[in-house]
Design a protein around this ligand. Structure first.
Ligand code: GLC
Length: 715
């Protein structure tokens, strides 16, 4: 008999339900949801999984209780939100997506997993795979932006990174693809609000990243808090059981979101906790996070006959198998057994700095304002985010909350050791106080340049952080206007460094800044990364993974839209347009400048006549006509002009990178399997249709600037 079957045969109902329960250690004593001290519950086997424990000491302590002081000695699964780093914080996922570098994404996850596992953790609640096209939604910060293809590549990279080559190794942690699914299109961008989208959008936009995660072997998946067309994801049998498990073959663990099972009552689909627990269990949710619904509700559901012991046993088996796959039975103390060497931590911070610099997205750079000369004499660093190390963290800081995060001022001081650097905040991040602006304006005198550091507080994005006005908060616009005017009168260039967890609506900055860097939230090494870019040590290469709206009224705005029957036509008022704003975004998906100047030429498509089994090679020559070496990201889009279903004007099908020194030319080669050109027909079943496909290659989703080629698909 296997270990799992043997254990199952020995377990009481309470012990089984304990394996299906995850509680936060800190909350178990006083929390509003699970009463009682988790220690006692661990000892009597009625809690089998924990989250939100920080540090190797505490994790080992609770693990020892579970392994050495309980009847069956089943080890704990201990999880934490390691979303973009553990102690060493990397850029937020939206920023990291700007690298379009799968190897870098995997590496940062690998490093985060090593750091988390060295703290005794065996699970993270990441990657977050929600496609978002609405910057009002705060969790845009946690995802990879507006495109399913990009998010799918991120999914594969992050699952590989977190889980490594073997889930049982001491530095591997179980990844968790979340939040399944279609959480991004919450109504009006309002957090946790209902979701209503078409079946087509569900299957073409929001499910593909999870398909990719399952194919990559993700160990766990977390359903979203939200309902989809009235069915809460936590109880969505059709998508959790029929689609995920039966159709995709996902046999890992489904872990509910925080109290999501209990919230089925608020959704209005469960009359009491027992009903809620039965709905979730029948939908295939294995672990109840923080609702205590399984422990309290399933015994009643068993009596009511709404669930069976077999239903429970199926879930217990999956949880025990995950623990077995993680090696927790073989050696429950394997993770956290030894501290990492100091040089590992130093190298990890250097990696965070390199990735941080590459995440910076230069939206504007008039008259080559940047890079600054290293010999610049005087710099003024102004703004509420200039000397704000903790604000650099980003929305999930895991164990990195109190680590020393390098702010802009500290980074610039280190990067420009021979430059006189003056600083004034001007105003706070989000206050009505303008009294500091005059002192800030003084710093626009007798200086070679102004670094104006503006944006959101780190807490203004992430979970429960939707903003109806995704703009500069507080009096920052007043500060910016005054600085632009003052500096312009003195011929002083103003470089805006903008911090945000989302694209912001920033028409003034776009118009008046001499240079504009989207610095997102770059994590522990933020200030050093920014200094590396401002000084030219690193050329910026980030490309925005999300469109920047000119006005909030354009939202949702994204490149993958269909043409409509009345596409915009200048001079014809009866076409798809606004009276007051152009249709196109301020900055399109993929936009980002570098210190190079790249020119594309000679697009080749071979073969240009293909059947479904063929792989098309797309080549384009790229030349750097600039004065600095830089890295360029080249995008491959397709458009099926005539099909049985109207297709998006652009579909992202690939991207590649090339680094070129001034004067150099190279060729980027992208492979496109013709099978990738299948789409969902009228009946939402995959179809491959003969016909003319546009192949578009270039630097962003700005269609007019893409090189256009044609591919003939044949049956
Ligand atoms: C939160 C989030 C989820 C996170 C979980 C545990 O509410 O929705 O992304 O993993 O709870 O912290």
């Amino acid at each position: 008999m296997s270990r799992i079957e043997k254990l199952l045969s020995q377990m009481t109902l309470a012990e089984k339900l304990g394996q299906l329960t995850m509680t936060a250690s800190g909350y178990a004593v006083t929390g509003p949801i699970i009463a009682g001290d988790s220690t006692e519950s661990i000892k009597d086997g009625t809690i089998g999984n924990l989250l939100n424990i920080i540090g190797p000491g505490p994790t080992r302590e609770v693990q020892q209780i579970a392994v050495e002081q309980t009847r069956l000695g089943i080890p704990l699964l201990i999880g934490l939100d390691i979303i973009h780093g553990h102690r060493t914080l990397f850029p937020i996922p939206l920023a990291e997506a700007a690298l379009f570098d799968d190897a870098a994404w995997e590496l940062s996850a690998r490093e985060a997993a090593r750091e988390g596992a060295s703290d005794g953790l065996s699970m993270t609640f990441a990657p977050m795979l929600d496609v978002s096209r609405d910057p009002r939604w705060g969790r845009t910060a946690e995802g990879s932006g507006e495109d399913p293809y990009l998010t799918s590549r991120m999914a594969r990279a992050k699952v590989r990174g977190f889980q490594g080559s073997s889930l049982s190794s001491a530095d591997a942690i179980a990844a968790c693809a979340k939040h399944f699914c279609a959480y991004g299109p919450v109504t009006a961008g309002r957090e946790y609000a209902s979701v209503d989208i078409s079946e087509r959008t569900l299957h073409e936009v929001h499910l593909p990243p999870f398909v990719a995660a399952v194919a990559a072997g993700v160990a766990t998946i977390m359903p979203a808090f939200t309902d989809l067309a009235g069915i809460p994801m936590t109880a969505h049998k059709a998508l959790l059981r029929d689609y995920l498990r039966d159709q995709l073959g996902f046999d890992g663990v489904l872990v509910s979101d925080y109290n999501a099972i209990g919230e089925l009552m608020r959704h209005g689909v469960a009359a009491d906790l027992a009903d809620a627990a039965a709905l979730a269990l029948k939908a295939g949710v294995d672990i109840d996070m923080m609702a205590d619904g399984y422990r309290k509700g399933l015994p009643i559901a068993l009596e009511r006959g709404t669930v069976t012991m077999d239903d429970i046993d199926v879930c217990v088996r999956r949880v025990l198998k995950l623990k077995e796959d993680l090696g927790l039975f073989d050696d429950p103390y394997r993770r956290g057994a030894s501290a990492e060497a100091p040089e590992v931590l130093i190298e990890r911070r250097q990696l965070a700095r390199r990735i941080g610099a590459r995440a910076i997205t230069m939206l504007k750079n008039e008259r080559d304002t940047l890079p600054l000369s290293p010999t610049v004499k005087r710099l003024s660093v102004i703004g509420p985010l200039a000397d704000a190390g903790p604000e650099m963290r980003g929305c999930w800081w895991s164990a990195g909350e109190n680590e020393p995060h390098v702010g802009v001022l500290a980074g610039i001081r280190k990067g420009f050791p021979n430059t006189e650097i003056r600083h004034a905040p001007g105003t706070a991040i989000n206050s009505a106080d303008r009294s500091g602006i005059p002192a800030a304006l003084q710093l626009c005198n007798d200086t070679d340049a102004v670094l104006l550091c503006l944006g959101e507080a780190t807490a203004m994005s992430g979970e429960a952080a939707s903003r109806a006005y995704p703009e500069l908060p507080g009096q920052q616009l007043a500060l910016a206007e005054a600085v632009f005017e003052h500096a312009r009168e003195r011929g002083v260039p103003v470089i805006v460094v903008l911090f945000s967890g989302r694209p912001l609506v920033i028409p003034l900055l776009a118009e008046k800044a001499d240079a504009l860097l989207a610095a997102w939230f770059l994590g522990t090494e933020a200030g050093n990364a920014i200094s590396d870019v401002v000084s030219g040590i690193v050329s910026p290469s980030g490309r925005t993974p999300m469109s920047w709206p000119r006005a909030l009224g354009q939202v949702p705005i994204f490149f993958g839209q269909r043409n409509s029957g009345r596409p915009l036509s200048q001079g014809d008022s009866f076409t798809s347009r606004y009276l007051d704003v152009p249709n196109d975004p301020l900055y399109p998906f993929g936009h980002g400048l570098s210190y190079g100047s790249f020119v594309y030429d000679n697009l080749r498509i071979t073969p240009d006549n293909a059947s479904e089994a063929d792989v098309i090679t797309v080549r384009v020559d790229v030349g750097n006509h600039g004065r600095h070496g830089a890295e360029e990201t080249v995008f491959l889009f397709t458009h099926d002009k005539v099909a049985s279903v109207a297709r998006p004007l652009l579909e992202l099908k690939g991207y590649g990178k090339i680094s070129l020194q001034p004067g150099e030319t190279g060729t980027v080669e992208l492979l496109l399997p013709a099978s990738e050109l299948r789409f969902l027909g009228i009946d939402l079943k995959p179809v491959f249709e003969a016909g003319d496909i546009e192949i578009l290659v270039g630097a962003s989703a700005e269609r007019s600037r893409l090189l256009l080629g044609h591919l003939q698909l044949t049956d």
